[in-house]
Design a binder for this molecule. Structure first.
Ligand code: G3P
Ligand code: MG
Length: 293
């Protein structure tokens, strides 16, 4: 992992010394990672259709376009625009640390290059994840899930964690996120909503932490979308807004599923789908759409 300027930024402490960074992963005596076989107990509130605590507007990748995506700076900006729930993408470093990153490569959103899956946390922690966006965000670090959870909880905000596995690490990432989310939110009033396009990742999350709410992300709706949601024990369908209409939303509701849509940036589109019953608008347009109080 290299920075384009070839310079080293000050690194956050390694995961074991990271404040509030319980990995939730069990280490064997030889240091290897071991997954628990039994599902973990969850004392968190159970989320269902009639007990739906999530707000109608969710800031996409923190605050979408106004700040560097998937950073705490983005969430602070979204917070200032009145947003209290944040969607963000999480994947694993090569040494098992959960970090916020959308792409498989760090190239687009940091000053480094290479695959997240090949990078250690020590390498990722040195990257600048803000300068690519604009000078005022220069030096913004790649955050860990643990750091973001601490900020969200300290500020009374809710999370939609999108499980965004690197190729081939779907089940591993789904399980790791679910385990860590349980630890980080163990005494929270409202659990994070886990979502993913990867059914293998959601299945793994369901296996280790069945009590955490899940949503299946779909860019298009296959004929069996409902069966897929059911098989994964999902509480919601999370679809591209172009794939949704009043009939689909109504059908989902009849079947006990809430419906979220990404990424809606036009007020008229948000208003129409909300009128048709959409439960959650995931948006980049935090400065012009949704909460402002
Ligand atoms: O979680 C909704 C949305 O973020 C899915 O698409 O590519 O922006 O992660 P993407
Ligand atoms: Mg996402």
């Amino acid at each position: 992992m290299q920075t384009s300027e070839g310079r080293a930024l000050e690194a956050e402490p390694p995961p074991g010394e990271h404040p509030g960074q319980p990995t939730g992963l069990h280490r064997g005596s030889n240091g290897s990672r071991q997954r628990p076989v039994e599902p973990l107990a969850c004392r968190l509130r159970s989320i269902g259709f009639d007990d739906w605590p999530y707000p109608a507007f969710v800031a996409h990748r923190g605050a979408g376009l106004l700040a560097p995506e998937n950073t705490l700076a983005a969430m602070r900006l979204g917070y200032d625009c009145g947003y209290r729930m944040f969607e963000f993408d999480v994947k694993l470093s090569c040494d098992g640390v959960l970090v916020l990153m959308h792409d498989d490569l760090v190239d687009r959103t940091t000053n480094g290059s290479g695959f997240v899956a090949d990078a250690s946390w020590a390498e990722l922690a040195k990257l600048d994840a803000g300068a690519w966006h604009s000078p005022r965000f220069a030096g913004e670090p790649v955050p860990t899930l643990a750091r973001v959870a601490a900020w969200l909880r300290a500020n009374g905000c809710l999370a939609n964690i999108e499980i965004k596995p690197s190729p081939g690490r779907e089940a591993e990432t789904g399980a790791a996120i679910a385990i860590e989310a349980l630890a980080l939110w163990h005494d929270a009033d409202v659990p994070p909503l886990l979502s993913s396009f990867s059914e293998a990742a959601l299945e793994a999350a369901q296996r280790v932490a069945p009590g955490l709410p899940r949503a299946l992300l779909l860019s298009r709706l296959p004929d069996d979308w409902l069966q897929r949601c059911r098989a994964l024990g999902c509480v919601a369908l999370d679809a591209n807004y172009r794939a949704l209409d009043a009939e689909t939303i109504e059908r989902a509701h009849r079947e006990g599923l809430r419906v979220l849509a990404y990424t809606i940036n036009e007020p008229a589109c948000a208003a129409l789908l909300r009128k048709q019953g959409l439960d959650g608008v995931i948006t980049d347009a935090v400065g012009s759409l949704g909460p402002t109080d």
